[in-house]
Design a protein around this ligand. Structure first.
Ligand code: FAD
Length: 431
């Protein structure tokens, strides 16, 4: 049986490992103390509770993600309203509304009398068609028309999906996401997120699945070099010594782009990044909401810094995407602003108002959360094949046609498996 060495135990590496577990001997080398990479849960000492590094939303259209969850037996660990509903609060206008997408393809929700975005004009929907038809160099901004649909929905949606501002964000990447979600109808847009934590949903069940197939997952081991000879990878230098590769052995490199470039000099990869900040607040008791906010488990915010508030028992977690723009602000200042935004948005739907004084809090900056999803950066993404016949690339930064997402990273792992000649749910046909 051939042996596939997978460098990196994030979602891309785990997706490849799961796909290969029944086809080859598999070893995963993960530098961190646990697998998960940018999608992980951990015990936070300052809040004295377990939190995720950042809130992650999965749409029902993410087919490869749901296939992965089914394989590892973890679909039931997701929670969500089961319907395409998104409660919103506009901080500029102090206005709450709920976007209820029509279940089918015809956007009845957008017509007058539907559950539409307040103040929107039907003509603004033309932007969706422009995203779907966008060329390589088109930016999000150039597809938008001005109006409340753009301000209250399309701009925040684009920033969340791309983690990049609308002036530079790629309309083509956004269009690819819309083609797989909104264009298929509301039921492709049901929001889901882990009921307990990212690791409990996406990582721990994957590691348990791999152990059932006797795949080895080695954490705390960093690969520092890949030795090459005659167009093949022949050895890995690691923090625990050298690993010689046999003539049939293969490698999937599923590390972040800059790490891959250091291991494979000359590799082209995205070189501009965007951060995501997540603010976590620990309350003395679980927060209980009413109505649609209780049903959804989250609220989208527009007109402020905060974008999404997730209600997780006694923890309120807020996402701020494309956060490079706030990099020079003090953490304490950002947390105070976010806390006041949370109170304004949530107090009207809570059985008990939130305390005025900010509770214990923690701000987590993921400085290189994603590559900057601009047309230029998108064109720097390599496919899975490399100059080494037995080494393939995976990672959300490789060419998947999607922005940096869970779906993209899982797809990239499957592409790498196919590129090495194994059976895979995604058949890679590129060069
Ligand atoms: C805060 C935040 C919020 C997000 N929200 C969403 C969301 O709502 N929806 C969504 O779909 N996506 C979201 N994403 C994106 C998603 O998390 C990523 O696309 C995905 O986790 C990337 O997985 P990956 O395996 O490609 O990379 P990574 O997770 O970066 O995995 C790479 C792994 O390689 C390991 N490694 C690095 N160097 C070495 C080495 N030398 N040797 C061995 N191992 C090494 C790392 O430790 C890491 O575990 C979010 C990301 C962040 C940061």
């Amino acid at each position: 049986m051939s042996h596939v060495h997978i460098i990196g135990g994030g979602l891309a590496g785990l997706s490849a490992a799961i796909e290969l577990a029944a086809q080859a001997r598999v070893t995963v080398y993960e530098a961190g103390p646990a697998c998960g990479g940018r999608a992980r849960s951990f015990h936070d000492r300052s809040l004295e509770t377990r939190i995720d590094n950042g809130n992650h939303l999965i749409l029902s259209s993410n087919e490869l993600t749901f296939r992965y969850l089914d394989l590892i037996g973890a679909r039931h660990t997701l929670t969500g309203p089961g319907l395409p509903i998104f409660p919103y609060y506009d901080l500029e206008d102090s206005l709450a509304w709920t976007l209820r997408l029509s279940k089918g393809k015809i956007p009845f929700w957008a017509f007058p009398g539907g559950r539409r975005v307040p103040g929107m004009k039907v003509a603004e929907l033309g932007a969706l068609l422009r995203f779907l038809r966008a060329g390589e160099d088109t930016t999000v901004e150039s597809c938008l028309s001005s109006g409340e649909l753009s301000r209250r929905l399309l701009v925040p949606f684009a920033i969340s999906v791309l983690n990049t501002d609308i002036h530079t964000g790629s309309a083509k990447l956004l269009g690819n996401v819309i083609r797989k979600s909104l264009a298929k109808g509301g039921m492709a847009c049901c929001p889901w997120f882990p009921a307990v934590g990212l690791s409990e949903t996406l990582i721990d069940p994957a590691v348990a699945y791999l152990s059932r197939f006797h795949a080895e997952v080695r954490t705390g081991i960093r690969v520092s070099a890949v030795e090459q000879k005659n167009g093949r990878a022949v050895a890995l230098e690691t923090s625990e010594g050298r690993i010689e590769l046999g003539p049939e052995d293969q490698v999937i490199m599923a590390v972040p782009g800059p790490v891959a470039q250091s291991l494979l000099p000359g590799l082209t990869a995205p070189n501009a990044f965007e951060s995501i900040a997540n603010a976590h607040f620990r309350l003395p008791s679980p927060v209980r909401a009413r109505g649609v906010v209780a049903q959804a488990g989250f609220v989208g915010l527009v007109g402020g810094i905060s974008e999404w508030i997730f209600l997780k028992g006694d923890v309120l977690s807020v996402t701020v995407s494309a956060a490079n723009r706030y990099a020079d602000r003090k953490s304490s200042e950002l947390l105070a602003t976010i806390w006041s935004e949370i109170r304004r948005a949530l107090d009207p739907v809570l059985s008990q108002p939130l305390p005025v004084a900010m509770p214990p809090s923690r701000l987590i900056w993921e400085k290189r959360a994603t590559f900057a999803a601009t047309p230029t950066q998108d064109q720097l993404r390599p496919g899975p094949r490399t100059d080494l016949v037995n080494l393939a690339l995976a990672g959300d930064w490789t060419a998947t046609g999607l922005p940096s997402t869970i779906e993209g990273s899982i797809q990239s792992g499957l592409q790498a498996v196919s590129a090495l000649g194994y059976r895979s749910a995604v058949v890679y046909t590129g060069s």
